[in-house]
Design a protein around this ligand. Sequence first.
Ligand code: PLP
Length: 406
Amino acid sequence: MFPFDDVKTESKQIGVGCLQISPLARQYIDEVLDANRLSIGPFVHRFEHDFAHSHGCRYGVMVNSGTSALQIALAALKEKHGWQDGDEVIVPAITFIATSNIVIYNQLTPVFVDVDQFTYNIDPEAIERAITPKTRAIIPVHLFGLPCDMEPIMDIARGHNLAVLEDSCETMFATYRGKSVGSFGDAACFSTYVAHILVTGVGGLVTCNDAELATMCRSYLAHGRDEIYLDIDADKQSDNDLRSIIERRFSFVRLGHSFRPTELEGALGLAQLQEHEENINRRRKNAAYLTKQLTPLIAKIQLPVIPYEREHSFMMFPVTVYKKGERDKLCLYLEEHGIETRYAFPLITQPVYKKIFNLNSEDFPIAKSIGENTFYIGCHPELERADLDYIVEQFYGFYGKEHEKK
Ligand SMILES: Cc1ncc(COP(=O)(O)O)c(C=O)c1O
């Protein structure tokens, strides 16, 4: 997982994510190979079902990435509600670029709004201010493992008749006021890409409670196929009329994509889902330990906050550096000492968005500041106490001995 082969020191190598293939995952992979079937089948279906239910949703649709999940979920919402090209979708000004790319790919217009300084998540008041007669949806992004402030967001959505698509690609198994991420909006999307909470290599899911929307997503992921033949097992289902299956097997009713996962991803996902508790507990414990050990530095850095009645599943451990220009130096120092870092998602200043949009980053002061001063490191379940102590030691190494931990 660790991407550097030119680390300058003999130090440890601590990546932002990990890959754990358990005996159960190996057993399921063997079962896939023994069954000689890679196309969507029992493992994908069990994973979809069990994942959706573990997030308070009735339907789950697995695809080959979180981006694909977002792409088809928004396409299905657009089709279902008859939105016009150019209609507006509100997205946070700090997120991974896929969140807003898929709005553009659906011929809709992303409207960026500022985020909260402490949670890094979309600011409900900024949403309210961005609503126009053309607004159709909000995409709140549960960043780094922390649910957004969903109550005001859902109130705004209901008040203005807007759809909500939760981008939960970074957050699983976390609740807001006792309710799971993924269960608030019209649909939610998750990623199981490398370094995420569950890791299947590539992979993603749409979850929802709307049977029609789920069926549309299944069609969009498979080239826009007619719903009578969304699954190769449809041939075997006795309640389907064989003649009409033969006729409609190659019938495409909408412009779709080739976003299918395979049984290998389904098997890895199912095993990790069944074993997720240890994964999440370790992440929470690691984050709590890092927070405690780094607390003496709070005059210099902002550590993750967990607001009241929210759970954090800590896909990552975000840190904001208060002194202007110091983030880049700290990241370089950590990287030189074998600790992988990532800058926290500057979005509207990306070269590609500068070409497309004429945005002024001064209009998004918090996002601008996060883009310049925030980064994250891993706190994944493979990190042992010695690794965490090593990370802490490097922070103190950078800031000097005067802040020696208590
Ligand atoms: C917030 C967010 N949305 C969407 C995605 C896209 O997921 P994927 O990489 O599986 O396409 C990611 C992935 O890292 C993400 O962090």
